[in-house]
Design a protein around this ligand. Structure first.
Ligand SMILES: *Cc1c(COP(=O)(O)O)cnc(C)c1O
Length: 360
């Protein structure tokens, strides 16, 4: 039995080496006589797992010492509320709405204060990133919010918005560790790990220290205060212990691959194979403005729903899984995260060429 090529948007493909290592350590983690799943999160052994994971992430992303790294739960979606609850000191925030996830974050923030939609690409079904070089940033805004890579629509901010001095908050769920970033450009970088880093159940929040305070909205649950988790170094309560352990292994895998510069080169090479083919195909076409194309999520269509369906079905039978587009947009989407090998994309394109010949 072999592994197939998994193009799922998330939970998504993980490096085979990591899964094998985890399998080897399943019953007896390094002579402890137990699985990491069975281990106290207060044990010395677990303490070194979480500390090492944080240290490796800090090294990979070059995270400055005035930023905290938090390993949390509740999915990226819980952060849609946690961010306004913790950061809306003036009760005002500016949102750039470039897709469903940014829209959900914006709608959630509206429950806690005055959230302003200062830019949107909804007029063209989120197929582009608006010009964010000179937006009407509110004078009193506590932060400016973006979803940096739009998982459903396949767009990515290639330049960060000019926030005119306000802290930038970015949901990077689907582009986490896909390329180098300058952490100092952000107030908060966060994401669910199930797209590009590990198993569902872990959310990583990287936050500038001065944004972590006790001055949160009245009624903010203890568990949703960044300060709670920052003070306790992500061990206020039981963390998603096994998930963090797998994330740590993926950090080491990325380090072995050469770090984020190497990841970027690997991801660019993969995306180029697929986009180059789409650009010359007479059957398939990409749905996104070229300059804003994501390296991670590649949506495409034939323009004929029945043919799309036939393609998805035949692709699945040939070992290319989860190519169906998001239920809100239809068509196809190939998610080609860090752990997707280049052969996976090459073989997919071969399959698409064959399908194109057979369905002219
Ligand atoms: C998947 C996704 C989410 C939702 O994540 P959950 O962990 O399921 O809450 C939010 N934002 C982006 C960009 C995503 O891709």
């Amino acid at each position: 039995m072999g592994r197939i090529y998994n193009f799922s948007a998330g939970p998504a493909v993980l490096p085979e080496e990591v899964l094998r290592e985890a399998a080897e350590e399943m019953l007896d983690y390094k002579g402890s006589g137990m699985s990491v799943m069975e281990m106290s999160h207060r044990s010395k052994t677990y303490d070194s797992i979480i500390k090492e994971a944080e240290a490796d992430l800090r090294e990979l992303m070059n995270i400055p010492s005035n930023y905290k790294v938090l390993f949390l739960q509740g999915g990226a979606s819980l952060q849609f509320a946690a961010i306004p609850m913790n950061l809306m000191k003036n009760g005002i925030a500016d949102y750039i709405v470039t897709g469903e996830w940014a829209k959900k974050a914006y709608q959630e923030a509206c429950m806690y204060g005055k959230a302003n939609k200062i830019a949107s690409s909804e007029d063209k079904t989120f197929s582009y990133i608006p010009d964010c070089s000179d937006l009407p940033i509110s004078k009193q805004a506590d932060y400016v919010y973006i979803c940096e890579n739009n998982t459903i629509y396949g767009t990515k901010f290639k330049t960060l918005p000019n926030t005119k001095g306000k802290p930038l908050v970015a949901d990077v769920s689907s582009c986490f560790l896909s390329e180098p970033v300058d952490v100092t450009n952000y107030g908060v970088i966060y994401g669910g790990v199930q797209k590009n880093i590990g198993p569902a159940g872990v959310v990583i929040v990287i936050i500038r220290e001065d944004l972590i305070t006790d001055d949160v909205l009245p009624g903010t649950p203890t568990m949703m205060k960044f300060k709670t988790h920052s003070d306790a170094q992500s061990l206020y309560n039981t963390p998603p212990a096994y998930g963090i352990y797998i994330c740590g292994k993926v950090f080491k895998w990325i380090k072995n691959m050469g770090g984020l510069d190497a990841m970027k080169a690997h991801n660019e090479a993969k995306a180029k194979i697929l986009y180059d083919y789409l650009d010359q195909s007479k059957l398939f076409k990409g749905t996104v403005v070229k300059e804003d194309r994501s390296l991670m999520n590649v949506p495409f269509i034939t323009g004929n729903d029945a043919l799309d369906e036939k393609f998805i079905k035949e692709a699945k039978a040939a070992g290319f899984d989860s190519l169906k587009g998001h239920r809100s947009v239809g068509g196809m989407r190939a998610s080609i995260y860090n752990a997707m090998p280049i052969e996976g994309v090459e073989k997919l394109v071969e399959f698409m060429k064959k399908f194109e010949e057979e369905n002219q």
